[in-house]
Write a protein that binds this ligand. Structure first.
Ligand code: SAM
Length: 161
């Protein structure tokens, strides 16, 4: 696969998995978390498909497109290793859907990061809640579920409490 193919596969999979996860969790009340705002494309999509939800964004430095910038009171600014534990104190195990796209271009570093951040994400999910990630995660109590038809294996992962 070329880098262009890989990029397209990631984008298509993110959209398919977010649509699928939003539909599967429609009956769960609770906040939605976006980990890694970046340009804000996935955040913008989440706002489109879950217009009534409070979507909280975890990001160390906001640099998103103006159309995709969350309100200040829905940003947890800083390193996720500091803000995720704060979120657990604030929200408890209530999240309907958590999406993480925190990785960069180095697959090995992304995997190491995923191992370290997984235990901080795991306790935030409500019963039946879903976690969508661009990287394989390392959870003890969540179950990996099947991807929707349009998603590409290995480019996105979905986990359920
Ligand atoms: N999904 C986004 C989009 O559609 O535009 C792209 C996200 S981008 C690949 C990853 C983002 O994660 C970057 O903005 C980076 O600053 C953020 N990030 C990476 N590591 C982080 C950390 N430890 N704490 C907070 N934010 C982090």
């Amino acid at each position: 696969m070329s880098r262009l193919d890989l990029f397209i596969a990631r984008m298509v999979s993110q959209r398919a998995c977010l649509n699928h996860a939003a539909a599967l969790t429609a009956d769960i009340s609770g906040p939605v978390f976006e980990l890694g705002l970046g340009n804000g494309r996935t955040y913008h999509h989440m706002c489109e498909i879950m217009p009534k939800e409070d979507i909280y964004v975890f990001e160390r430095a906001i640099a998103s497109h103006p159309d995709s910038t969350p309100p200040d009171d829905q940003v947890l600014l800083g390193d996720v290793f500091e803000t995720l534990p704060l979120a657990l104190t604030r929200f408890g195990a209530t999240a309907r859907l958590i999406h993480a796209d925190l990785g960069g271009h180095n697959a090995q570093k992304n995997d190491e990061f995923a191992r370290r951040v997984s235990p901080l994400i795991e306790p935030l999910l409500a019963d039946g809640g879903l976690m969508v990630s661009s990287d394989r995660m390392y959870f003890e109590t969540l179950t990996q579920i099947a991807l929707p038809q349009d998603a590409i294996e290995g480019r996105c992962f979905i986990y359920q409490r």
